[in-house]
Write a protein that binds this ligand. Structure first.
Ligand code: IP8
Length: 247
């Protein structure tokens, strides 16, 4: 059994200032992760690294680039963040290793993501913690488009070989919020949350909460959406924030 945990880019970076790590928040997250017992795959988002680099070059999930220099700039920005995340994890005693999607994944013309996971499985079997991240990924007919860490989480969770039974998405909000700003405890159908999600917080190039919930409902494993204050509980096997579980 494997747990997949995504640390949102806004949790580990200061999203408003380009290429700025939130060192204190990242260190706290790394310490929480160090307490996890079992097979764990980590994914982190782009925050002020990938989103900034992609926006500067007009690259999104829908609109790709054929410039290798631009694709590389986005990938390199994510590499700098990935290195900072790995440093913090190592500091906390986590045996983390990078797995970089540009070199591994691809999308077909319809956008369907293919993510070979044998290296991830092999790392887990040897006691390592693979750390993937949102990245630029080659897409058939479109050059390089942005792939969100959320899509990687979904691909990992759907991969039969990894046997994923729990998914966690740690962002800066304490869960999926209803119209009054209260955390919705459980979502089993998109309709449960549709009103609240209608005005999606699409503040980044890969979409907001509505897109996230839709993808999570399709998974075979329960997904927990929570804020940084819920990380310890999730790592300990609890259910902080919102549980998204399709019927
Ligand atoms: O923050 C986006 O990943 P996300 C990655 O998980 C890039 O959506 C390169 C913008």
């Amino acid at each position: 059994m494997t747990t997949v945990l995504k640390l949102g880019g806004s949790v580990v970076t200061e999203k408003a200032s380009p290429e700025t790590v939130d060192d204190a928040a990242l260190a706290r997250a790394a310490e929480a992760v160090a307490d996890f017992d079992g097979d764990l795959v980590l994914v982190h988002g782009g925050g002020s690294f990938g989103h900034h680099a992609a926006a500067e070059r007009g690259v999104t999930a829908e609109s790709g680039t054929r410039s290798a220099a631009d694709a590389r700039a986005i990938h390199d920005a994510m590499g700098r963040l990935n290195a900072a995340v790995l440093d913090a994890l190592h500091e906390a005693g986590v045996a983390a290793l990078p797995v970089r999607p540009l070199s591994l994944a691809s999308r077909d013309a319809d956008g369907d993501l293919s993510l070979p996971t044998r290296s991830v499985a092999a790392m887990l079997a040897e006691g390592f913690v693979p750390v993937l991240h949102g990245d630029g990924v080659v897409q058939s007919g479109a050059g390089v488009t942005v792939t969100s860490g959320d899509d990687l989480v979904v691909a990992l969770a759907e991969d039969g070989g990894l046997d994923v039974d729990r998914v966690g998405l740690c962002s800066t909000v304490p869960g999926v919020l209803d119209g009054d700003g209260e955390v919705i405890e459980r979502i089993e159908r998109f309709a449960d949350a549709a009103d609240a999600l209608g005005g999606s917080d699409a503040t980044d190039v890969t979409g907001g909460m509505a897109a996230k919930v839709e993808k999570l409902l399709a998974l075979g494993a329960p997904a927990h959406v929570f804020g940084p204050e819920g990380l310890d509980a999730f790592v300990a096997g609890g259910s902080p924030g919102t549980v998204v579980r399709g019927e």
